[in-house]
Design a protein around this ligand. Structure first.
Ligand code: HEC
Length: 214
């Protein structure tokens, strides 16, 4: 009963109030309208929820108050490895570079079965179509009467190749062979060198045998 009476009296009282509230709101809105606009072209006036269009993220190369030194462009964390450093190769693509790489470079990756297996997979994907699955130069890209056929890894010249020369030629390419530096990491190229030497092994042993019997 009491609640009903209260509700009734409240609604009765509110009906005449509703008109007043509306007009007060209207006045406030108009006032806000004037307050929100400011003279001066460069002043945007009052902004509602400014973070919606003014991101808190730092703008590139702008001063930032977040860090004590006010720099927004931060130094890389100590020990950061720049992208592409894996491809740093100090030997220039010249004949001198080729000879120096052959004389100085040693395969930094220890030979294991899994390295050989990885080298084999890389070889089948990247090299087989020219060099042939066995490395004899009889890949599917071989053209009959080709004036520059892909060589076999097992002729005297290629059996005598140093690992640094192989790495150099895989990196930069050689004559008809394209460069592979952008396709394969240095590690992958050294794994390939291991695999080529693995293919050459029986031929090298054969060569040594016939050399000692002569
Ligand atoms: C487009 C065909 C082609 C592809 C693909 C190719 N090679 Fe060759 N490769 C050649 C030719 C042709 C030569 C001979 C270059 C010369 O001595 O004139 C050669 C030579 C080589 C040599 C001897 C380099 C030297 O210093 O004499 C090695 C080692 C070699 N390739 C490894 C590879 C490996 C590893 C791959 C795969 C990552 C590969 N090649 C992919 C065509 C190819």
């Amino acid at each position: 009963m009491l609640i009903q009476a209260l509700l009734k009296s409240n609604t009765e009282r509110n009906i005449p109030m509703a008109g007043n509230i509306k007009s007060i709101l209207a006045v406030l809105m108009i006032a806000l309208f004037f307050v929100a606009c400011k003279s001066g072209k460069n002043n945007p006036g009052y902004e509602f929820m400014p973070d919606m269009y003014r991101s808190a993220a730092v703008k590139t190369y702008r001063v930032s108050n977040f860090f004590k030194d006010s720099l927004s462009a931060r130094e890389p964390v100590v020990g950061t490895i720049p992208r592409g450093i894996n491809n740093y190769f100090p030997y220039p693509n010249t004949n001198e570079g080729y000879l120096a790489a052959g004389a100085e470079l040693k395969n930094p990756i220890p030979l294991t079965d899994s390295v050989l297996e990885k080298g084999k997979q890389l070889f089948l994907i990247n090299c087989k179509h020219c060099h042939g699955e066995k490395g004899d130069g009889k890949g599917t890209l071989r053209v009959k009467g080709d004036p520059f056929p892909v060589p076999s890894y097992f002729d005297a010249v290629h059996l005598a190749l140093k690992e640094g020369n192989m790495f150099f030629s895989i990196t930069y390419g050689k004559n008809l062979m394209g460069e592979h530096a952008y396709l394969l990491t240095q590690e992958e190229r050294w794994e390939l060198v291991h695999y080529i030497q693995h293919l050459q092994k029986p031929y090298l042993e054969e060569q040594n045998k016939s050399a000692s019997s002569n």
